[in-house]
Design a protein around this ligand. Structure first.
Ligand code: ADP
Ligand code: MG
Length: 198
């Protein structure tokens, strides 16, 4: 964290207050530093409130890169991304990320009790809400069977859970947050076919 190579993330001063209306990519091009080929080349995409959009493509075609631009893990080299008509860079990072829920291919858990991993979006929560989210993510049964149930620590980076269990907990986390915009990046890649179907 002290490395001078890490640049501080910068956001604007506009606070996103919702409601979410539209996310629009306009001619978005992005290449990873040191790469001679852009991962995204002139992408146009509009997602409106209430829509479900599925992005399909082979491995390496840029799906993860595309969704990672929304929380601004990277910024476009050219083109722009607009949220409700304003450039993402105008918004504070905090308010931008607060309106998003993301379930990534890599499920990240903290070494905290399972209930706090699920309720990560809020400081105060009811056990009932946590259990409802876990049920919706098909995680309740395995959590209830853990030695300390919802109070069982997940282990460093979730080391005490299987890959599929970790992923179900991060899906429960996203359901609990109930964000205006939910991004699932191969969110069932670590699940067995039965859990995936459910
Ligand atoms: P997908 O999610 O569709 O499998 P990605 O968005 O992960 O595709 O990758 C798109 C392209 O960008 C690939 O060619 C990949 O090798 C490259 N890439 C992905 N992440 C990085 C990174 N952190 N640094 C450099 N190149 C990357
Ligand atoms: Mg991917």
């Amino acid at each position: 964290l002290d490395s001078p190579e890490l640049k501080e993330e910068e956001g604007g001063s506009l606070v996103f207050e919702g409601p979410f209306e539209e996310l629009r990519f306009e001619g978005v091009t992005f290449a990873y530093p040191g790469s001679d080929r852009p991962a995204l080349d002139g992408v146009d995409l509009t997602v409106r409130r209430g829509e479900k959009v599925v992005i399909v493509g082979p491995s390496g075609s840029g799906k993860t890169t595309l969704v990672n631009l929304v929380p601004r893990f990277h910024d476009p080299d050219s083109g722009r991304i607009l949220l409700n008509g304003r450039d993402l860079r105008d918004y504070t990072l905090g308010s931008l990320r607060m309106m998003l829920g993301m379930v990534s291919q890599e499920a990240f858990l903290f070494n905290l009790p399972v209930c706090e991993n699920i309720a990560y979006a809020r400081e105060r929560f009811d056990q009932d809400e946590v259990e409802r989210a876990a049920q919706a993510a098909y995680a309740h049964d395995f959590v209830a069977a853990l030695p300390e149930g919802y109070l069982t620590p997940a282990g460093e980076r979730g080391a005490r859970m299987s890959g599929g269990q970790r992923q179900r907990l991060t899906i429960a986390r996203a359901i609990f947050k109930d964000p205006p915009l939910l991004i699932l990046d191969e969110a069932t890649s670590a699940l067995d076919t039965e859990s995936e179907r459910i």
